[in-house]
Design a protein around this ligand. Structure first.
Ligand SMILES: [Zn+2]
Length: 468
């Protein structure tokens, strides 16, 4: 049959595409390993011919400015800038910059830092590339989905500029390794997205005396500033106590327009380049605030270094030992890694698994399913016949729950001493527990939460159910 032939040809093509993609990513990986090795050999040779072991990419070319003919040609547009010139480029080539996080902010920051000729560029990340990163984390390609972000980012940087040294740190930054990693670089770029990492990186920069270029982007807004530079404030000077956990949103929960971290990441690269090349006025003691919807960029003065700051203030005694012992997760009440929060608020008899819920549907059990996600989440995808009552509106909409139950009871001919079941679902199973807690208080004592929410439904019941 024509249909079957078309179908099998399509699957054959899909198989071929997958096989070619696998081969391609294997080759790309081998290439990046070889390029890294070659760089190391070249740098060792340079060091030997210079009679020093300094990690400098510049060599005496005989032209008196330390730049080779290739460097002069590659960076010619920089050299033509009167305020940047040979000195700026030579400073950049001698500098080392660490970017923590190869995600939405780190992607453009790393690409520009590699392109502009930073002598040594470090990348820290422990994550793997995922399909839902691709809309903003533009350093990665589809061929690297499922592979290390650091390897992927390093391969992209090397493909842009094979003459600089790229250092891969394939690990999560923790107090146990931060001092060692950060101490190897002149400038640190914070491209992470969570409160404990921000405090940890800032404190570590204070202890080590490194300038920190800090950026943040969420939704349609972004922020940028430089900490611990030329007597300016550190992160703790501005935020001595962490914001409440509910105020700390992450892209995974709140969404972000891909280009917004792209813009902030580019600005982070710019600030790092200014510090490294010693030009202009780095954004210290000031904060840049970007509003994408109104296309407004404002720069506001922020408070200076605080004499009372526990880390950098006049009487601070915070040192490497205290840093090693500091519990940033406890301090900020939130985890260092991006793994989503998993609450456990209810007794087990008030909870059912997604598989159990599926069995109850199959058995035709009379029930109402309330989906407590925000309306714009509900529009992305939802289970059939579910009733969308966002958690924030539940209090005022209890009559709707009662009438839905009544309707279901009438439909199923249930008599007065029994009721239809009431289940509550959300994206990952946290808000559904909060909702059930409230429903219990309001007399719906039989309501139950579906453990792990729609994510569990997609993982355990319907593999084709979209996740986001
Ligand atoms: Zn401080």
């Amino acid at each position: 049959m024509e249909f079957n032939r078309g179908d099998s040809e399509a699957s054959r093509i899909l198989r071929d595409i997958q096989a070619l993609k696998d081969t391609k990513s294997g080759i790309e990986h081998k290439l990046s390993v070889l390029e890294a090795r070659l760089q190391e050999i070249n740098l060792q040779d340079d060091a030997v011919s210079n009679g020093s072991s300094a990690p400098s990419s510049t060599v005496d070319s005989g032209f008196g400015n330390g730049l080779t003919p290739d460097m002069i040609y590659r960076y010619s547009r920089h050299l033509l800038l009167p305020s940047f010139g040979v000195e700026g480029q030579a400073n950049l080539l001698k500098s080392s910059i660490l970017v923590v996080g190869a995600g939405g902010l780190g992607s453009p920051a790393l690409l520009y830092l590699a392109a502009c000729g930073v002598g040594r560029l470090g990348i820290v990340d422990h994550d793997l590339v995922e399909l839902n990163n691709m809309h903003r984390q533009i350093i990665h390609t589809e061929a690297y989905i499922g592979q290390s972000k650091v390897e992927s980012a390093a391969a992209s940087c090397r493909s842009i500029n094979s003459t600089i040294q790229i250092v891969e740190h394939k690990e999560a930054l923790r107090t146990s390794n931060a001092l060692e990693i950060l101490s190897k670089y002149d400038i640190v770029v914070d491209a992470t997205d969570n409160a404990p990492s921000r405090y940890m990186i800032s404190d570590c920069c204070v202890v080590l005396g490194k300038p920190l270029v800090s950026g943040a982007a969420l939704g349609l807004e972004g922020q940028l500033t430089v900490y611990n530079y030329n007597g300016g404030p550190c992160y703790r000077c501005l935020f001595p106590t962490p914001p409440p956990t509910s105020a700390c949103q992450r892209c995974a929960d709140s969404g972000v327009l891909g280009v917004v971290p792209g813009i902030i990441g580019c600005l982070q690269a710019l600030e790092a380049i200014k510090i490294a090349s010693k030009i202009g006025e780095p954004l210290s003691g000031r904060m840049l605030i970007f509003d994408a919807l109104s296309a407004r960029i404002r720069t506001v003065k922020i408070r200076g270094k605080s004499v009372q700051c526990e880390v950098c203030g006049d009487h601070a005694t915070f040192d490497q030992e205290q840093f090693l012992e500091f519990d940033y997760e406890k301090f900020t009440q939130s985890p260092l890694s991006a793994s989503p929060l998993k609450l456990n608020l209810l007794p087990s008899d008030s909870r059912i698994s997604s598989k159990e819920y599926n069995e109850r549907i199959i058995n035709g059990e009379a029930h109402v399913l309330v989906d407590v996600r925000p309306a714009h989440h509900y529009k992305i995808v939802s289970l059939p016949k579910s009733l969308n009552i966002p958690l924030s509106t539940l209090e005022g909409r209890l009559p709707e729950v009662s009438s839905a139950l009544k309707e279901e009871e009438e439909l199923n001919g249930i008599v007065s001493d029994s009721t239809a079941q009431l289940y509550v679902i959300c994206r990952r199973g946290n808000d559904s527990q909060r909702a059930v807690q409230y429903l219990h208080k309001m007399g719906f004592t039989f309501s139950k939460d579906i453990i792990g929410g729609l994510e569990s439904w997609a993982n355990n019941v319907d593999r084709n159910f979209p996740t986001y």
